[in-house]
Design a protein around this ligand. Structure first.
Ligand code: NAI
Length: 387
């Protein structure tokens, strides 16, 4: 159970790039990082428009002399201060992730980077190397993975409650971009431009969230080969896809299916994962994140609820209130940010941190998955050996 007492000597000083006024994801980063006194936001280059970014920063109580025109100025000036930033959040469109994360690591800063971490596997491997060289960590915000019931699912698979895993059925398919909303929506416009979004749209925007959940729940399964078909139902989005279907085979003979889409008209919440074993199945749905369905063949379906006594102990560590207190995405992100802080603190103090969190390897593996999907799709939806 988390009561909000401090877990570090003092909050880690953090700066932010992007996530400015009107941006979609900046607010949840700020709130989740500030929870439990783990981070203190002290500097920023919040916006592509520096004036708007500075005005925004003042409204966040960031001191005027720590509001910068861009990330380069922020890293340069902050490193001359005794109380300079120790970490940075990158919440910009995709094309900036690699260059900002690289510069941050070279300036000895820990990084919390939005997904997809980079455009290419080669860039992601470079960040991994820099992270090792500078002994600074890179965290990636697969924000749905901090829910307690994801940990419960992981423990159930680990303990054999489902038997050997056979099938993983995943969906992240929402309907918000069923027509060309990018014509009047800045946050969607860059997502359909390969120069700013990278080699994919929905695979990298939503699909990789489901892929990360499958990695966390079934860490022993490794993809051997995959096949992907992608489409642009809104024609102007081509070559980027607004819909894709991936089939992937794993090392143990299991099979995975993932539908990634932003044109699933009528769907408001799109993320679901079902893990099917020889004896039983688990299903988790973003719409009811505090619940996990457990279906044993031949028995009535059970719905497990966060906080309950019957859960594995590690699935109860991040509860933030009594069993009947409803928690949501902000709590899931806060749980991850608490782990990011403890992992940063541990490496800076020569200590071990053993709990899982989405790290540089997870960022890298997500980019590898996108690269393989795009290769298969652009080769006529053929099977490709996973590299
Ligand atoms: P957005 O377009 O809504 O906001 C982007 C923000 O970055 C804006 O404030 C913009 O002014 C700022 N920006 C752009 N260029 C900049 C620069 N050179 N320097 C400083 N600031 C700059 O984008 P959104 O939807 O917030 O996405 C941002 C990132 O977050 C993307 O990589 C996206 O994939 C990721 N994302 C992740 C989610 C998750 O669940 N982890 C959910 C939504 C987005």
């Amino acid at each position: 159970m988390i009561y909000g007492e401090k877990t570090l000597d003092r909050p880690i000083r953090i700066g932010m790039v992007g996530g400015g006024r009107g941006g979609q994801i900046g607010y949840i980063h700020r709130i989740a990082s500030a929870r439990d006194f783990n981070f203190q936001l002290v500097a920023g280059a919040f916006d592509v428009n520096p004036e708007r970014g500075k005005d925004f920063g003042l409204n966040l109580h960031v001191k005027e002399d720590r509001l910068y025109k861009d990330y380069k100025e922020m890293f340069e000036k902050e490193k001359t201060r005794e109380d300079g930033i120790e970490a940075v959040i990158i919440a910009t469109p995709n094309f900036l992730h690699y260059e900002i994360a690289k510069a941050a690591l070279e300036n000895n800063l820990h990084v919390v980077c939005e997904k997809p971490m980079t455009f290419t596997v080669a860039e992601a491997e470079d960040l991994k190397q820099l992270s090792e060289k500078h002994k600074k960590i890179v965290c990636t915000t697969f924000g749905y993975s901090g829910y307690q019931m994801i940990e419960q699912a992981r423990q159930m698979v680990k303990n054999g409650d489902l038997g050997p895993i056979r099938i993983i059925n995943m969906v992240y398919a929402h309907g918000y971009h069923n027509v060309a909303v990018e014509k009047h929506n800045a946050s969607t416009k860059w997502r359909v431009d390969p120069k700013m979004a990278g080699p994919s749209y929905v695979l990298g925007d939503v699909g990789i969230h489901a892929i990360y959940l499958s990695r966390i729940i079934c860490p022993d399964l490794k993809i051997k080969k995959l096949m992907c078909s992608r489409q642009s139902f809104v024609k102007s989005r081509a070559p980027l896809e607004d819909n894709a279907m991936t089939i992937q085979e794993y090392n143990n003979g299991a099979i995975g299916y993932l539908w990634s889409s932003c044109v699933n008209s009528g769907s408001m919440y799109g993320l679901k994962i079902r893990v099917v074993g020889e004896k039983a199945s688990l299903e988790w749905n973003e719409e009811h994140p505090y619940a996990l369905s457990y279906e044993v063949q031949g028995q009535p379906k059970q719905t497990m609820i966060k906080g309950a006594d019957y859960l594995y102990p590690s699935a109860k560590e991040d509860d933030r209130g009594a069993t009947d207190v409803v928690e949501g995405l902000f709590e899931s992100w806060s749980n991850l940010y608490a782990r990011f802080a403890q992992a940063m603190y541990a490496i800076d103090h020569g200590k071990e941190y053993n709990k899982w969190y989405p790290d540089v390897n997870d960022g890298l593996e997500a980019v590898r998955w996108i690269e393989n999907c795009v290769k298969s799709a652009d080769n006529g939806a053929t099977w490709v050996d996973y590299k």
